[in-house]
Design a protein around this ligand. Structure first.
Ligand code: ATP
Ligand code: MG
Ligand code: MG
Ligand code: MG
Length: 479
């Protein structure tokens, strides 16, 4: 089944159960000080759950664009290395605002997966909340008993608060959840593990696909819980993961959501996917990141030096770097993938089609300017290598390159190792710490055309507030 049809079937299934289909909300949030990007299906409906607004229909269904690169949900470092975490992904969701509850949510999820999509029951298992002493909450027996109608008891696993209790924040609606996992290991792979082979959640081919959240409590300011008068259902299913299962492949990247983009990279870079792990990681990173960047630009968020724009710039630069290092691409090429992406996704997300020209231009310019930075950095790095006596390049030199030219430190380390040299990493970390202290001390930051943002100041994206504090603007002389 094609991904396009998988999405439509999901929407149609719930439409038949009296849900209204609503389009994805924009992924970039402008008015929410607590969140930069929508990172789950529920974010656009927050006001409904809080009771501040009322939907026209209290049953909705949608496919929401989500981005998980900052704050509580940050999957960026996984992307490319595993085959089922993306930066941008679609979350399919059905919603009940004070209408149906666990009974229907569980029965319909099971019906959709096993009768409509016809997933073999034997590869599915589910989890329920085991309870929490801290919150004086019992196990979610209600969910357990409902699942028992459909699922053998040895396939119902109990999960802790971390995995099976969902909270919006320190306060507000919350409740237990049930996750549905799919075991797509091959028979040989299963045979390798003896005993209770189901409970191998860490295996890369045992994947969570759907999370059903049962919002039945309200967390009060003093931390205690009260039962909500109106209970809600919030579900989220990873669309690309569902496609992986239904298309009988072992990786999201082998579904038709990604293969057309991968083929295009193969052609442009003259490389084959599936032959060399390093190249494969690079191709996955690029195919993932182009989607995140393209969708963000389509939503009006251009790459920039601050906030959400900076996050987008970093994602794109990460892709450029992987292309530069592992695919040998020294000229812009990521913008050329937008064509196939908009062809593939343009029907479901028309903004990709209507903004295609803009997306291409912005990406191309960003690529060009970052590649120039990399070029200048390389010249300097070569000079440093020539001047180095012995085998170790000082942390101070590497830091200068990183600080002034935005030359990524992992690239420096890689190039040095190829030349048989080593980087004094401890020295580099010390310089980085000194600079962090300086930037903390500097209360004001100024910007003008002569200013570039320092690339890779942080290991991972953090929330807007801390990002501002950690990002240091470096004034430099144009060379
Ligand atoms: P995981 O444990 O795999 O990181 P999660 O528990 O963080 O997933 P939820 O917050 O429950 O995910 O989101 C609902 C669904 O969205 C998941 O069941 C999964 O199918 C999908 N999903 C979550 N994160 C990603 C991601 N980074 N890329 C693709 N799909 C994702
Ligand atoms: Mg996660
Ligand atoms: Mg999980
Ligand atoms: Mg989950």
């Amino acid at each position: 089944m094609k991904s396009q049809d998988i999405r439509l079937q999901f929407l149609k299934f719930f439409e038949d159960k009296k849900h209204s289909i609503v389009p994805s909300a924009p992924m970039v949030l402008k008015d929410d000080p607590t969140l930069m990007f929508v990172n789950s299906g529920m974010a656009p409906f927050k006001e409904y759950f809080l009771g501040n607004a009322q939907p026209k229909n209290n049953r909705l269904v949608d496919s929401q664009k989500c981005l998980r690169v900052s704050g509580k949900h940050n999957d960026l470092e996984e992307v490319g290395y595993d085959t089922y975490h993306h930066t941008l992904f679609e979350m399919l969701g059905n919603w009940s605002f004070g209408d149906y509850f666990k009974k229907e949510a569980i029965a319909w999820a099971w019906e959709l997966l096993t009768e409509v999509y016809k997933i073999d029951k034997d590869i599915l298992y589910v989890t329920v909340f085991e309870g929490s002493d801290e919150d004086k909450l019992p196990m979610d027996n209600e969910a357990y008993d409902l699942w028992k109608e459909f699922v053998d008891e040895d396939r119902i696993l109990k999960g802790n608060k971390k995995d099976n209790f969902w909270e919006m924040g320190d306060q507000g609606p919350c409740g237990p959840c049930s996750e549905i996992h799919v075991d797509i290991r091959s028979a040989e792979e299963k045979a390798k593990v003896s005993g209770k082979s189901l409970v191998n959640k860490d295996h890369p081919q045992v994947v969570e696909i759907w999370n059903l959240v049962f919002m039945q409590y309200n967390r009060k300011a003093n931390g205690s819980l009260e039962v909500l008068p109106a209970k809600h259902i919030d579900t989220g299913m990873g669309f690309e993961r569902l496609c992986m299962v239904l298309q009988n492949v072992q990786s999201n990247y082998d579904t038709d959501v990604f293969t057309p983009i991968i083929r295009e990279v193969e052609t442009i870079a003259d490389k084959k996917y599936g032959k060399d792990e390093k190249v494969d990681v690079a191709i996955r990173v690029i195919c993932d990141h182009v989607r995140a960047v393209a969708f963000s630009i389509a939503d009006g968020q251009l790459p920039s030096n601050t906030g959400a724009g900076y996050v987008i710039r970093r994602i794109l630069r990460r892709a450029v770097r992987y292309g530069f290092t592992f695919l040998d691409k020294k000229e812009p090429f990521i913008y050329r993938l937008v064509e196939v992406l908009s062809k593939k996704m343009g029907e479901a997300f028309p903004e990709l089609k209507s903004q295609k020209g803009l997306i291409e231009n912005v990406i191309k310019e960003e690529e060009q300017s970052f590649l120039r930075t990399l070029d200048q950095g390389l010249i300097l790095l070569n000079r440093i290598v020539e001047e180095t006596e012995g085998k170790i390049v000082s942390g101070e030199k590497a830091f200068e390159l990183y600080d002034t030219y935005g030359f990524p430190i992992d690239l420096t380390a890689l190039i040095l190792s190829e030349k048989g040299l080593k980087l004094d990493e401890k020295g580099f970390d010390e310089e980085l710490q000194k600079q962090k202290n300086r930037s903390r001390a500097a209360s004001e930051m100024s910007t003008d055309d002569w200013v570039v943002i320092k690339e890779d100041a942080v290991q991972e994206f953090v929330g807007y507030d801390t990002l501002e504090a950690q990002v240091k603007l470096v004034r430099y002389r144009k060379v």
